[in-house]
Write a protein that binds this ligand. Structure first.
Ligand SMILES: [Mn+2]
Length: 405
């Protein structure tokens, strides 16, 4: 028995606001599906963030449908959970994956936590935020008990785990039951393989370069998915790399050698099939950045899809000194403005939001706000006690059956 494991395809993501990038994500997903079929696997697991958001565009839905039907034509079913991107924390919401149940997509949810594929027990849960990690942990204990009755088992999750993630995590390794044979994770966009419990834990990584900070891992491991041979005593993992649609070229240039730097880039990218994205850092700048930007654009604009330059000024150090000496920065100003509320949580929220938003971290900002509301207004939130949450989800299921079946 062989299966493919992928995650974080983020269909519908329009990176940098560019339709070309949205299409790149669809293209690479199409290639992944073709390669999965070539691999002649028995089934596929998608570990969440199938879509970029919980309300995908018709185009994103159609691109997924295309892939799903191709797999179906090849007799390969897909099991899927919702990630943090393609689910909302709001009451009564259902993830977009549910739309495809009638086309054979096997959605793993808090209600349908597990399936049998032949003699393989496949269990999992959708993404749970850190504020719900208690519920998540108790559900994991239940799944572990069920898995104990089976020879071969897979656990599907979309979570950050401490040890593998230097950002916010919801689980520590000790929270995860150790009696599964394969841990099909999603959420971290890097490729990670690790021994875990009596089996293997894998983050296959994202299908495309979703954030530029994935470049280091991309240059090391590429992007793609894994094929798992599940017949032996331990699962055998084979990484299948799938080319991303276009390259990201990251370069540091010296302002005083700008011409040769630009020529070097031209030489690198002149024969590329698709225009790359250029991430440029220009150092030792002691001139008007607007003029430099124009120059770069004139020389490289036609050859690239997008240029993202940062300029490091020669006198940066002086500016930093000035900021340090000045009595108030933006954070202090925010806190001062919000002092009237006499609420430190509000002040913290504002400062954290300011820091995320000033770095364009929209997803992190949204998550921060969602968490804030869950923590401070539990009455607005459906899942504040578990029994009620099960009941709510049951209701959704019933309503949904009424509509579609
Ligand atoms: Mn993701």
């Amino acid at each position: 028995m062989k299966f493919a494991h992928l995650a974080d395809t983020h269909l519908g993501y329009r990176q940098f606001g560019l339709i070309e990038r949205e299409k790149d994500f669809y293209e690479v997903f199409g290639k992944v599906i073709d390669k999965i079929i070539e691999e002649k696997v028995d089934f596929v697991i998608h570990s969440g963030d199938l879509f970029e958001n919980a309300k995908p565009s018709p185009m994103a839905l159609l691109e997924f449908q295309k892939g799903l039907l191709k797999l179906k034509g090849a007799g390969i079913p897909m099991y899927a959970i919702a990630g943090n991107h393609d689910s909302t924390l709001r009451k009564g919401s259902i993830p977009p994956q549910v739309v495809f149940k009638k086309m054979g997509l096997k959605v793993i949810s808090p209600i349908n936590t597990n399936y049998m594929h032949g003699d393989i027990f496949i269990a999992g849960l959708p993404f749970y935020p850190a504020s719900k990690s208690k519920v998540l942990k108790s559900k994991l204990v239940d799944l572990s008990k069920k898995a104990a009755n089976h020879e071969k088992s897979i656990l599907v999750l979309h979570q950050g785990i401490d040890n593998y993630f230097d950002y916010q995590y919801e689980l520590e390794p000790g929270d995860i039951p150790d009696n599964f044979n394969y841990y099909a994770l999603g959420h971290i966009h890097k490729y990670i393989v690790s021994d875990f419990g009596k089996g293997k834990l894998v983050y296959p990584g994202s299908g495309e370069i979703w954030k530029t900070d994935e470049l280091e891992d991309y240059n090391l491991n590429g992007k793609g998915f894994v094929v798992v041979d599940f017949d032996g005593s331990k699962p055998q993992i084979k990484r299948v790399k799938v080319d991303v649609s276009r390259e990201f070229i990251k370069r540091s240039l010296d302002y005083h050698n700008l011409e040769s730097g630009i020529n070097g880039i031209k030489e690198t990218i002149k024969d590329f099939d698709k225009k790359p994205i250029l991430i440029l850092e220009i150092n030792n700048v002691d001139s008007d950045t607007g003029i430099i930007y124009e120059l770069i654009n004139r020389e490289l604009g036609e050859l690239s899809l997008m240029i993202r330059p940062t300029f490091n000024l020669v006198d940066d150090e002086i500016e930093i000194e000035l900021t340090r000496d000045s009595p108030v920065g933006p954070e202090e100003l925010l806190i001062e403005k919000l002092e009237g509320y006499e609420n430190e949580d509000v002040q913290k929220l504002a400062v954290d939001l300011y820091n995320f938003l000033s770095k364009d971290k929209l997803e992190d900002s949204q998550e921060l706000i969602d968490q804030y509301f869950i923590e401070h207004y539990p009455s607005l939130e459906s899942e504040d006690d578990e029994e009620e949450s099960e009941k709510d989800t049951d209701d959704i299921q019933v309503t949904f059956k009424g509509v579609l079946e």
